[in-house]
Design a binder for this molecule. Structure first.
Ligand SMILES: [Cu+2]
Length: 184
């Protein structure tokens, strides 16, 4: 075999290898995975876990109570501060509380569904996000000036209807810090 033949053989082997790799998918770009919450885990460190059957549970494994006192052991717990919100489940509803209002003004959830609220601010005020209905007294998130976001995981009410939320700092509702959660 002369030199030319050897080079052609090497080239042929390389071409075959490239074709095989391409066909087996070794060259395809890595799949972009969407961050979605999986039951049986916590959505963010510190937040209440959700059982595999979709029930938000306390640290003792009992169903958390939405009508408990905020931060009591029976209540759904808010997460530790989250500086990198890109790691948060894309199922979370992004709630922004500022002196110009709360966004979104409304959102919808399914009755009883696992619901994640990612509560954040962005101004120099303290805010306290909560619901008007006493059946949701435990779902309250306080946030100070410049604080990172926090995630609150809870089961939406099983009773369909409209649940108002607002900022419980005096004077803030008057600035438009309110909205409604529609349970359907
Ligand atoms: Cu406020």
């Amino acid at each position: 075999m002369d030199k030319k033949t050897i080079i052609w053989i090497i080239l042929g082997v390389v071409v075959v290898a490239v074709v095989v790799l391409a066909l087996t998918g070794s060259f395809s770009a890595p799949q972009k995975t969407e961050q979605t919450y999986k039951p049986g885990n916590v959505a963010a460190p510190g937040a209440s876990a959700v059982s595999t059957s979709g029930i938000v549970v306390t640290s003792e494994g009992k169903a958390a109570r939405n009508d408990a006192a905020p931060m009591s052991p029976e209540a759904p717990q808010e997460s530790l501060p989250i500086t990198d919100t890109s790691s948060v489940t894309s199922d979370a509803i992004d709630i922004k509380v500022t002196s110009t209002g709360i966004t979104p003004k409304e959102f919808s959830v399914r009755a009883g569904a696992v619901t994640h609220l990612l509560v954040s601010t962005g101004d120099q005020y303290t805010h306290l996000f909560k619901f008007q209905d006493p059946s949701l007294s435990a779902i309250a998130v306080g946030i100070g000036p410049g604080d990172p976001a926090r995630l609150m995981t809870f089961n939406a009410p099983t009773t369909k209807g409209t649940y108002q939320y607002f900022c419980d700092v005096p004077g803030h509702v008057g600035r438009g810090e309110s909205g409604k959660m529609i349970v359907n």
